[in-house]
Design a protein around this ligand. Structure first.
Ligand code: ANZ
Length: 841
């Protein structure tokens, strides 16, 4: 009975926990306060791996901590089970994506149960179940009715390998995020969610999350939304009735505009070039072909040499009346702002590079050598401007982007950049040729996919182009069987081949209609799943608003930083939509977010190609669940990566065995009065308890584990060579270790708890509280000597630092008096006991 046997513990306690329903969050009459702790749900790609092991160890420590604080913790799990890998596996190996998916789910589920995560297994969901995706369709219909889901014929990102469209977010450096193939453009009729309507709120509400979400994630979200404030300015074009509007963040530099640039792939460019010479039109056509082969990021790259051509047209500067040549160049994008810009080469680097390439004029209009504070200098036409040659962008090649005083700018002269921006907008407004404007980098969310394994889009199409939503009482539109369908990517959805399924009737007239054959982006599934966990078996609605009121928003969300942009942005968007529709009363889904680091090997991400993959199941077989979980959290703070080459799982297992033996050796009764225990041991226990509270709420689990190890050593000594195993303080220590250890090593903790004479269920035991009289430190006496004579005695902490002790010594009144008029020759500090001061005179 004195051997620590992790296998026996795992086998013994897993079924007991199931039976006791310790993690059941929906018991009648449970009036504990509530917390919602959510781990990002997994994709069923195979068995659990080391990354999962880290994530679930972390999320579980958070969930268990709150239970120990007396909360009813909702800690659910489900599977994000639609998506391409299942479909690709089916294409490669034959078979049905459904079988592959559910077999993997079964395996992951078993592994999670063995891993001892305190999930509420009554609330499981799979997004590929009709009982779930029915509500994706419901959500789609709500959005469709509100004009937030719409179809548009447009150029989309196309992955030629996967033969499917990709959201902008799924294109990384011009490549498909999934398969790495080069992404091309294709014109298709696609469904979008109008996330741009929510751009301002998605940005502004990030403020609420400051301090609760990683700063890096907030910055990535801000950047992705990319709000720019500035002005729209209308330019007349010679021989054209309509004006061309440009968006600029620097209307203050209008007098420095020396040419205009339009995106070559815009309709405007095509129209403007139509009147040009045959030669120019031919050059333009060839240029356009080149442009089509480039991605947006590449086009805007500062490194790429500037290319473009003069369109033989002129624009008129609305303030100065100056005539500006109009060019087409690929560094201007067709789908940002108005697809046209006023180029100010002196103050914009890309414009400057372009001007220098094509020999266009550069005019400085912000004198960056002038201070912007103090009185406004009066600059007139006659004012001699400083020799700017050192700074002249045409010479240096460096645009002047800093602040300064406006010059060469008529009514704006002398103003600072900021004031000139407002003034320019005012003047433009007065003349009716400009107005304040705002632009976002964010684009609408393309949600349709031409693939099989996803949620069918609940729309019917008539022959005449009529479009109607499937009535809600006819949902779900169930995915047809894969059997007999050709799942191979071919640019149109495999569902189109399900002839029988495609046929439908108009819900009112009964006229024949055809189903929409596309399926939804799986990010739709994960944009609201946290709400479905609240009433996962409700077949009358997506979720129960009363349950949402009780539990949501999620108090703590835990997952990988790879979801920093897309998933979180979409979930935030859908939450706001549901808020606007009146289904929920909060508008941010995740009150706090924690990103765990990765598990790496020898400094590198684990991958088959590198041959450095550590198999989770091997580690679990060798060292046991608890040792692996403990190691994950002991290795580093949770945000940092864990290098598996640097950890010792065997060391963790040894510590667990030591802790477990401590519990075994305790000989006092469970009801012994611990207040009678050995004082030194008790002090160690209560200082430990005092210290770990704040550590736990800031996820410093690695430090808590270090303290647990120390307390275990102290207790071992107390048993072997101190007050002995019957001392009540030894029991107090062993119990504290068991209860806190439950965060990291639940099997060991449970067994210790029961060995200590309690009923199973350590997971629900309240954390013991530190007794303040036992946490105060003993003080010791430090002496201050001047030339060898004791002048003062100070009561100080035994852990006082040298600097602090020296400061206290010099502040002591008798020391001050004795030093009056003397010169200090030397000070020697030996904390915590002595300060020696040598003086002269
Ligand atoms: C004149 C100017 C002068 C500009 C200056 C900048 C500095 P963000 O901050 O990203 O919104 N721009 C506008 N539309 C564009 C498009 N479709 N493609 C490429 N560039 C475009 O950038 C706004 C600035 O980017 C705008 O302000 C415009 O150049 C350019 F000293 O106008 B600016």
């Amino acid at each position: 009975a004195h051997d620590y046997d992790f296998r026996a513990l795992q086998e013994k306690w897993a079924p007991v926990w199931q039976e006791l329903g310790l993690f059941d969050s929906s018991k009648d009459g449970d009036n504990r306060p509530r917390k919602y702790v959510l781990d990002m749900f997994p994709y069923p790609s195979g068995d659990l791996h080391m990354g999962h092991a880290e994530q679930y160890a972390l999320g579980d420590a958070a969930a268990r901590y709150w239970r120990h604080q007396g909360f009813n913790v909702l800690h659910p799990i489900g599977w994000d089970s639609f998506g391409l890998p299942a479909e690709n596996a089916a294409i490669k190996n034959g078979g049905d994506p459904r079988d592959w998916t559910y077999a993997n789910i079964a395996q992951q589920r078993e592994s999670m149960q063995r891993y001892g995560v305190s999930f509420d297994w009554k609330r499981v969901l799979h997004t590929s179940d009709p009982e779930y995706y029915r509500w994706n369709q419901w959500l789609f219909v709500q959005m469709y009715k509100k004009g937030l889901a719409y179809r548009k014929y447009s150029d989309v990102n196309w992955c030629p390998q996967d033969q499917t469209v990709l959201a902008n977010e799924q294109v990384v450096d011009g490549l498909c995020e999934r398969c790495g193939a080069e992404v091309t453009k294709k014109k298709l009729n696609q469904w979008y969610f109008k996330i741009t309507d929510y751009a301002d709120r998605l940005l502004d509400d990030l403020k609420q999350l400051e301090g609760h979400w990683p700063a890096k994630v907030l910055a990535m979200q801000r950047n992705w939304i990319g709000r720019s404030l500035g002005a729209d300015v209308d330019f007349e074009i010679e021989d054209r009735d309509e004006k061309v509007t440009v968006f600029t963040t620097r209307p203050d530099t209008l007098y420095g505009a020396t040419f205009m640039v339009v995106a070559p792939d815009s309709e405007l460019a095509a129209e403007l070039v139509a009147n040009a010479s045959e030669e120019t039109r031919e050059t333009f056509r060839r240029y356009l072909d080149d442009v089509h082969s480039l991605g947006a990021i590449e086009r805007q790259s500062a490194e790429r040499p500037k290319t473009g051509l003069f369109l033989e047209r002129y624009a008129i500067n609305p303030l100065s009346g100056e005539r500006l040549p109009v060019w087409a160049a690929d560094y201007v994008l067709a789908d940002y702002g108005h697809g046209a810009i006023m180029a100010v080469p002196a103050h914009d680097q890309r414009d400057l590079d372009f001007a220098r390439t094509f020999d266009l004029p550069v005019r400085v209009v912000v004198d960056t050598t002038q201070p912007i504070t103090g009185a406004i200098p009066i600059i007139t036409e006659d004012t001699e401007l400083p020799e700017l040659d050192d700074l002249n962008p045409a010479v240096t090649g460096e645009a002047l982007t800093g602040d300064g005083r406006l010059c060469n700018s008529g009514p704006l002269n002398g103003l600072s950049k900021r004031n000139a921006i407002s003034r320019a907008i005012e003047i433009l407004g007065d003349r009716g040729t400009g107005r304040p404007a705002k632009n976002f980098r964010l684009r609408d969310w393309l949600i349709s996919r031409q693939r099989y394994w996803g949620t069918p889009i609940p729309i019917l199409h008539g022959e005449n182009g009529e479009e109607v939503a499937v009535p809600e009482d006819q949902l779900p539109v169930v995915l047809p069987d894969a059997e007999g369908l050709d799942l191979r990517p071919k640019g149109s959805s495999p569902l189109g081949g399900a002839e029988e399924w495609m046929r439908a009737e108009h819900p009112v007239t009964g006229a024949p209609m055809r189903r929409d054959a596309d399926t939804m982006d799986t990010f739709v599934d994960s944009s609201w799943y946290f709400l479905r966990f609240l009433s996962p078996n409700d077949d009358t609605r997506a979720f129960d608003p009363a349950e949402a009121e009780k539990w949501a928003p999620v108090d703590q969300y835990i997952g990988g930083v790879e979801h920093a942009i897309l998933h979180l942005l979409y979930a935030r968007f859908i939450t706001k939509v549901l808020y606007d529709l009146g289904f929920i009363t909060f508008s941010e889904p995740f009150s706090a977010l924690l990103n765990q680091g990765m598990v790496i090997m020898d400094g590198a991400k684990m991958s088959k190609s590198k041959g450095n993959v550590v198999k989770l199941s091997d580690e679990l077989d060798t060292y046991g669940v608890d040792a692996v979980r403990l190691t994950m959290l002991f290795a580093s703070p949770p945000e940092d990566d864990v290098d598996w080459a640097d950890v010792s799982v065997a060391g963790s297992a040894k510590f667990l065995a030591r802790a477990w033996r401590v519990a075994n050796d305790v000989t006092s009764d469970p009801d012994v009065d611990t207040a009678r225990g050995d004082l030194a041991t008790r002090r160690a226990v209560h200082r430990f308890l005092d210290e770990i509270g704040p550590l736990a709420s800031s996820f410093k689990y690695n430090v808590i584990i270090a303290r647990l190890m120390e307390l275990t050593n102290v207790t071992r000594k107390a048993i072997d060579s101190g007050p002995g195993p019957a001392d009540p303080a030894v029991r107090e220590a062993a119990e504290a270790i068991a209860v806190v250890l439950d965060l990291f090593a639940p099997y060991t903790a449970e067994d210790m708890w029961v060995k200590l004479g309690h009923e199973p269920g350590v997971a629900l035991v309240r954390w013991p509280k530190a007794v303040s009289s036992l946490t105060q430190e003993d003080e010791i006496t430090a002496v201050v000597q001047i030339n060898g004579k004791v002048r003062a005695r100070l009561e100080v902490s035994p852990r006082i630092g040298e600097a602090e002790l020296e400061r206290l010594a010099f502040e002591a009144p008798p020391v001050k008096r004795a030093l009056e008029g003397k010169t200090i020759a030397k000070v020697i500090v030996r904390a915590p006991k002595i300060v020696n001061i040598a003086v002269k005179g």
